[in-house]
Design a protein around this ligand. Structure first.
Ligand code: IMP
Ligand code: MG
Length: 188
């Protein structure tokens, strides 16, 4: 199993679960699948913070698939600083775009309990979106609490807490260009 050792004072060892090339190839395929669904007047909504890197790469891949979406952000929080969802979703910032009559693509990093995505999807449907499709980089199907599946999934994810490629643990590790898990903490 490939590992990365972070430089700097913390020096953690990270097991790489999905490397950069694998992620980028999969994103290219996702963009083609999304284009094939023939969205109408597409609005992409990236759920912050976790999906910002995935969304940035996916949006550029959508351009490669001949789509020119409007892009907006919904800032939702359910986790706080820990590794377990609190179960309650809070809106820290809402989108500004009009959704009525449009195809909306909701993007998140991970689908776990499904509460976050179900909450955001309901919110956009209630405002009159014609179609709300969902796209997640990772799916942890064993953890579902809400009745929702994503329309587009990058990878099935082992039931482990993962970091990197936008995903954090206690506000750290979002900058890693791969998805991994911490296997050894560095010297204190
Ligand atoms: P859900 O509402 O339980 O589906 O939780 C989804 C949110 O929890 C995602 O948007 C992530 O931000 C966060 N999350 C779930 N699992 C992980 C993980 O393994 N690493 C980092 N964040 C996670
Ligand atoms: Mg998140």
């Amino acid at each position: 199993m490939a590992q990365a050792r972070l430089s700097g004072p913390s020096g953690e060892a990270i097991e790489i679960i999905f490397d950069t090339d694998t992620i980028h190839r999969r994103i290219g395929a996702l963009a083609s699948e999304i284009a094939a669904s023939k969205p109408k007047d597409l609005l992409v909504v990236s759920i912050l913070k976790g999906s910002f890197i995935f969304a940035a790469d996916l949006i550029r891949a959508l351009h490669g698939a001949d789509l020119g979406p409007e892009v907006d952000f919904m800032f939702l929080a359910s986790y706080g600083a820990g590794t377990r969802s609190s179960g309650k979703v809070k809106v820290l910032r809402d989108i500004e775009s009009e959704v009525r009559g449009r195809s909306v693509l909701l993007i998140d990093d991970i689908l776990e309990s499904g509460r976050t995505l179900a909450f955001a999807k309901r919110r956009l449907q209630s405002r009159g979106a014609e179609r709300v499709a969902t796209c997640v980089l990772l799916d942890k199907p064993g953890r579902r609490a809400a009745d929702i599946e994503a329309d587009f999934v990058g990878f099935a994810c082992p039931d482990r807490f993962v970091i990197g490629y936008g995903m954090d643990l206690g506000h750290r590790y979002r900058e890693l260009p791969f998805v991994g898990r911490i296997v050894e903490t560095g010297p204190a």
